[in-house]
Design a protein around this ligand. Structure first.
Ligand code: IDP
Ligand code: MG
Length: 138
């Protein structure tokens, strides 16, 4: 069993597709073992995306990610990291496969509805950024 961090980004929450995203996770056997909703400030978003600090889109991305409430979940399942990234689709929705969340709902390379961890190491950092051990269902 593997765990990964999922975020429904401010655009997804604002557009009322929390339920749609969760439906796709559950129907793909990704079990939700932690969940919360909050609004990050700019500094918190910068800490979360620190790995992208040098990228030209860093300021815009962290501004966007702190612009409204987000839904944060820990997903558990077999190959959860790769499986969830498959369900999300490519970063750029124009390149995302048919039937993926980003293909169906993203409007912009930045405003692409969902976030997912990209490796076991990233997942550990990202889960611990938002949740302590008491908040994870065992
Ligand atoms: P990922 O979310 O598919 O893992 P990353 O490369 O880790 O993609 O980028 C993090 C986030 O930064 C993306 O989800 C997207 O919101 C934003 N982003 C990535 N590339 C660009 C870009 O070229 N322009 C604007 N925003 C971008
Ligand atoms: Mg990434």
């Amino acid at each position: 069993m593997e765990r990964t961090l999922s975020i429904i980004k401010p655009d997804g929450v604002a557009r009322g597709i929390i339920g749609e995203v969760i439906q796709r996770l559950e129907s793909n056997k990704l079990k939700i073992v932690a969940m919360k909703m909050l609004k990050m400030n700019k500094t918190q978003a910068e800490g979360f995306y620190a790995v992208h600090e040098a990228r030209p889109f860093f300021d815009s991305l962290t501004y966007f990610m702190s612009s409204g409430p987000i839904v944060i979940m820990v997903l558990e399942g077999e190959n959860a990291i790769a499986k969830y990234r498959e369900i999300m689709g490519a970063t750029d929705y124009k390149e995302a496969a048919e039937g993926t969340i980003r293909k169906d709902f993203a409007t912009d390379i930045e405003k692409n509805v969902v976030h997912g961890s990209d490796s076991p190491e990233t997942a550990i950092f990202e889960i611990s950024y938002f949740f302590n051990s008491f908040e994870l269902i065992h």
